[in-house]
Design a protein around this ligand. Structure first.
Ligand SMILES: Nc1ncnc2c1ncn2[C@@H]1O[C@H](COP(=O)(O)OP(=O)(O)OP(=O)(O)O)[C@@H](O)[C@H]1O
Ligand SMILES: [Mg+2]
Length: 246
């Protein structure tokens, strides 16, 4: 079943065309990777899905509902949660309180702080931040603040989770852990759209990969098809990657 669908989507900032005529869908239960060079329009697409920024033309639908004119809090209630490439913790709130905000904001319709605390602790435990749950996130290293982004989104109990470069700056061990966690979330039925430059991880977790370049879809296919596609090698992966893959 198609969960998210983009039809002829375009986004411009004044005269600058950032996305052009994007047609694309995500099926329920899939992990779809989004790759492409810096400035390709990956985060912009995520901003359109989460209604942080208005679409210029085209339509985005989720569960058949048109998202174009929705507000971000309405998107959250519909079951879409996201992380931010530039992490955005609420300073002055602890890690736990940050994640509780997500629990209240999302799909759960919580009645009390105790319920939010339980939901937040579950999400914090999934990403492995229990040991710092009472700390101010501003003192945490970037890798942990990235995990906090994931926990806050997870606490919203999403059906569709949008992850924007949550693996940047992680160690090899942390990368392995987060890819395992992402695959477990898939088992639980969460559909994911994952923007990532870490090719090893995106290859491992994705059912399909969308490749953007200069605001356009240049290819869409399985991880194996993507790394063998000359247009993707030329625009993004580079010849060295193609040689290594052989
Ligand atoms: N608010 C904005 N106003 C003007 N231009 C913008 C704005 N946001 C993004 N852009 C431009 O849109 C283009 C796409 O940006 P976007 O952040 O979507 O790229 P990206 O694919 O996520 O890149 P990266 O891999 O570096 O995160 C870039 O040229 C960027 O400068
Ligand atoms: Mg980006």
């Amino acid at each position: 079943m198609v969960l998210l669908e983009a039809k002829n989507v375009a986004k411009s900032y004044g005269g600058l065309k950032v996305l052009t005529d994007l047609n694309f869908h995500v099926n329920s239960g899939e992990i779809v990777g989004v790759i492409g060079p810096n400035g390709a329009g990956k985060t912009t697409f995520m901003n359109l899905v989460s209604c942080l920024s208005p679409i210029t033309s085209g339509t985005i639908t989720y569960k058949g509902i048109r998202l174009n004119d929705k507000k971000p809090h309405e998107i959250a209630k519909l079951g879409i949660a996201r992380t931010f490439q530039v992490v955005k913790p609420f300073g002055g709130l602890s890690v736990l309180e940050n994640v509780m905000v997500g629990a209240f904001y999302g799909k759960r319709n919580l009645k009390s702080k105790a319920e939010a605390r339980d939901a937040a602790e579950e999400a914090i435990s999934i990403v492995g931040l229990l040991d710092v749950k009472d700390k101010d996130p501003r003192i945490l290293p970037l890798a942990k603040r990235k995990k906090l982004e994931v926990a806050r989104a997870l606490a919203m109990k999403p059906d569709l989770l949008l992850l924007d470069e949550v693996m940047a700056g992680l160690s090899m061990k942390e990368l392995e852990d987060i890819t395992e966690e992402i695959l477990k979330l898939k088992q639980k039925g969460i559909t994911m759209l994952v923007i990532e430059h870490v090719m090893k991880a995106i290859m491992k977790i994705s059912d399909r990969i969308l490749v953007l370049h200069l605001g356009q879809k240049i290819f869409e296919g399985t991880p194996k098809e993507v790394v063998e596609e000359p247009a993707v090698i030329q625009a993004y992966l580079g010849a060295k990657f193609a040689e290594k893959g052989k």
